[in-house]
Design a protein. Structure first.
Length: 401
């Protein structure tokens, strides 16, 4: 891979980029599903489901614990930095095998009470621990001789790597290997197994400098994950035949909110990232109408493709409009009408189902995911993400073996 001119190291997320909002996911009910829903006990907890990926492949998943012995954990200041990641990949056969959980039972228990409060639902009305993905843990990979581009996913502040599953599964089902990561002690909760859950801790997100420190930690986490994926020991821990498929000469990264800024921050520090995508990482509020850090990033020049996709919550006269007019050709900005900040998470598929089955109010739904037709938004987001990485990672001159 050619070493390119690195981006400025000053990229960071400004204040109020993300609150610790809580989300889930769901399925677009087919007519047969809808008829079954009518006969369901109305007192039973709702179990939302993900929309089915549209790609040709079945999906496998492997969950890995990675330990960075070169870094002391920046939150606890003791012991090495530990991360949990999930590797999603095209699988050859998942028939008859149980699907992986969207969220571990331990994390789901913590999530449930907060979600009920945020969404205005009775506690226990939704069974988050029963939500499943379309992936099978440890499934044999498809076409083991094929090299596949690798894409990293980073979640928003205080959220979980599971919240981007809708888009992650779409990419895996279309032939990519996707690695989702939790940023320990910042994510909602990280389950390391055997009853050990590392929960989020407060750490100065109320200032620009505090958020900048978090972005530096996230970028270091991401570079470490890339280092780990290249190591023989990590590859041996993956399902047989998957390790050789990881093409680390074709790497993309995307994320929601702070995860989108993490993609930019990592590109500024690590030339291995070939293309980055920010999903509403420039989210603005009445208190802050622009993001000067991102403005500086783009003015300084991006020598690799970077796409910023914003919600309708970002005013047209705010940062995206200025970026669009002054940025180098490698940076582009889009804005999806009728959306809100959490349209770019699994909330977009969840909340419409919870309205009908769990009594979620319309105003709460609109604040989180906007007013556009939910399935239309999901379809557009899937197309944007897959088209972007297809363009920049699957070009003929970049093809692997």
């Amino acid at each position: 891979m050619n070493l390119r001119r690195p981006l400025p190291r000053s990229v960071a997320l400004s204040a109020t980029a993300v609150a610790l909002l809580l989300a889930g996911l769901c399925l677009w009910p087919s007519p047969s599903t809808a008829s079954r829903t009518v006969r369901t006990d109305p007192a039973a907890p709702v179990v939302p489901r993900l929309p089915t990926p549209t790609g040709p492949y079945a999906i496998g998943r492997a969950d890995l614990r990675l330990v960075d012995r070169q870094r002391t954990d920046p939150f606890t200041h003791r012991g090495p930095r530990e991360l949990m990641v999930s590797v999603w990949y095209p699988a050859s056969d998942t028939t008859g095998r149980p699907r992986a959980r969207w969220m571990s039972p331990g994390v789901a228990r913590d999530f449930s009470a907060s979600a009920a409060r945020i969404l205005g639902l009775p506690a226990g009305r939704v069974d988050w621990s029963a939500v499943t993905t379309h992936a099978v843990l440890g499934a044999p990979p498809a076409e083991p001789a094929r090299h596949r581009p690798t894409i990293l996913y980073s979640p928003g502040l205080g959220t979980s790597r599971s919240w981007g599953t809708l888009l992650v599964e779409e990419l895996a089902g279309r032939g990519y290997v996707v690695v989702t990561m939790d940023h320990t002690y910042e994510s909602l909760g990280v389950d390391f197994g055997h009853g050990r859950i590392a929960r989020a801790v407060p750490a100065g997100t109320g200032t620009d400098e505090g958020l900048a420190r978090r972005m530096r930690v996230r970028a270091a986490d991401t570079s470490f994950v890339l280092d780990a994926l290249a190591r023989p020991g990590t590859r041996r821990a993956l399902p047989a035949g998957l390790g050789p498929q990881l093409d680390l000469d074709r790497i993309g990264m995307f994320g929601h909110s702070a995860g989108g800024i993490t993609a930019a921050e990592t590109m500024a520090r690590d030339p291995r990232i070939d293309a980055g995508l920010d999903l509403d990482g420039f989210h603005v509020t009445p208190a802050r109408r622009s993001w000067p850090e991102l403005d500086r990033l783009v003015r300084a020049g991006l020598d690799r493709p970077f796409l910023m996709v914003g919600s309708a919550a970002t005013p047209a006269e705010a940062l995206p409009a200025r970026l669009h007019g002054s940025s180098p050709a490698s940076v582009s900005v889009r804005r999806l009408e009728g959306t809100a900040h959490y349209s770019f998470s699994d909330f977009q598929a969840l909340l419409p189902q919870l309205r009908g089955r769990a009594g979620l109010s319309g105003p709460r739904t609109a604040r989180l995911i906007g007013t556009a037709a939910p399935k239309t938004v999901v379809d557009r987001e899937r197309a944007i993400v897959t088209d972007f990485f297809d363009l920049h990672l699957l070009r003929p001159d970049r093809a692997g073996g």
